[in-house]
Design a protein around this ligand. Structure first.
Ligand code: NAG
Length: 369
């Protein structure tokens, strides 16, 4: 059988390009027509396509189908190509007929044989243990035995969020290949507890399967160590309290590992405290002054400054003045009474009786005494 079809691979400016040089004319008038524009088939699966060799030009001429796999069945000038099990990696098939003047009229059917990855694995490159805030790390997604790499899309995800998409568009490898994709991440407190994974898709075009299979890796959980971040503001204005008020200084911070707290005060009389919220139910003058809270862990320290002013309570002063006034009035009254009592010298009467006696004395008629 006469066949002149070959591939010439040229290495040109870093690109590998397929050129086919053929003595077969693909621009002939009555050329063969395939039932599909491209045959996309999974390795190991069955497939079929047919070629209608010509309208009239091939009658009584030699015609055929060039293929590396499968069987053909002829029905007039139509060739049915059947593949029970795709076990090769062809890139095309050719349908042709001899034109009679030493050349051929032909059509090429592109064939894409694909294979989903056997495994997809995500790991952190050269790292074990917790990540440190501010450092860069590399996620490595290893894809095993996928074909063709040119159609492979690799996605890196954090939880449900897509981080990046990669592909090797200019790969020419048709057979299953192992490929590793890298993606850098910068560790921050938001990534603490995050789950990373990667997944692969094969972009097989409109002739590909309707249901795209996505192959997923396992999950890598990250622990990020980060310095304490305050839950509240880092500076409070001047906190002014009255004697007897309650005091709450909140230094609560979030960090990994959990922060430890130390408090320093300008007041010398207070005892050491190591909690996140400094509380006093009822303040006195000794609580006045500056407070510095430091929240620290292995990654660093964050501080908060508080300035507390304690004022004497004016309500107490008003009550004290009122009590003094009342005491003074009582004192004056007693003084006046004692003075009056001394003047009368009878010792029998209280102040009320003095008035009553005076009245009676006036009202009684003379002689009755
Ligand atoms: C301290 O402040 C944080 C953030 O403002 C808050 O979530 C926490 O409940 C506060 N703690 C106390 C004991 O008030």
């Amino acid at each position: 059988m006469f066949f002149c079809y070959m591939f010439l691979s040229l290495f040109f400016l870093g690109f590998l390009t397929d050129f086919h040089v053929s003595c077969c004319d693909e621009n002939c008038a009555d050329k063969p027509v395939f039932s599909v524009t491209r045959l996309v088939v999974e390795f190991g699966a069955s497939a079929s396509a047919s070629c209608s060799v010509c309208q009239s030009a091939c009658h009584n001429k030699l015609f055929g189908l060039e293929k590396s796999v499968g069987t053909e069945k002829r029905n007039g000038t139509t060739i049915l190509w059947t593949i029970d099990k795709m076990n090769k990696w062809p890139s095309s098939a050719m349908c042709y007929y001899n034109t009679g003047n030493g050349s051929q009229c032909c059509s090429t059917l592109p064939v894409l044989v694909y294979q989903y990855p056997q495994t997809v694995n995500l790991s952190l490159l050269h790292h074990n243990g917790p990540l440190l805030e501010g450092q860069q790390y590399t996620l490595s997604c290893a894809v095993e035995k996928v074909a063709p790499v040119k159609n492979l899309i690799v996605e890196f995800l954090e939880g449900p969020r897509l981080l990046a998409q990669y592909w090797f568009k200019n790969s020419v490898e048709k057979k299953p290949t192992d490929k590793t994709f890298m993606h850098n991440i910068n560790a921050s407190k938001e990534n603490d507890g995050a789950s990373y994974w990667c997944q692969t898709k094969l972009d097989l075009g409109p002739e590909g399967p309707l249901q795209h299979r996505v192959v997923k890796s396992g999950t890598v959980f990250s622990t990020v160590h980060y310095k304490p971040y305050l839950r509240g503001p880092s500076h409070s204005g001047l906190i002014t309290l009255m004697v007897g008020d309650s005091l709450h200084l909140n230094c609560s911070a979030e960090g990994n590992p959990s922060p430890l707290y130390t408090w320093t005060y300008s007041s010398a009389t207070l005892s050491p405290f190591t909690g996140d919220v400094f509380s006093v139910a009822s303040v006195s003058m000794e609580h006045q002054g500056q407070y510095i809270c430091s929240a620290s862990n292995s990654m660093g320290t964050t501080s908060v400054h508080f300035n507390v002013e304690v004022q004497a309570n004016y309500m107490y002063i008003i009550l004290a003045v009122a009590a003094a006034v009342v005491a003074l009035v009582v004192l004056v009254f007693i003084t006046v009474y004692v003075h009056y009592y001394r003047l009368n010298k009878t010792g029998k009467y209280n102040l009320k009786d003095v008035f009553r006696f005076h009245q009676r004395h006036v009202a009684l008629p003379d002689g009755e005494l």
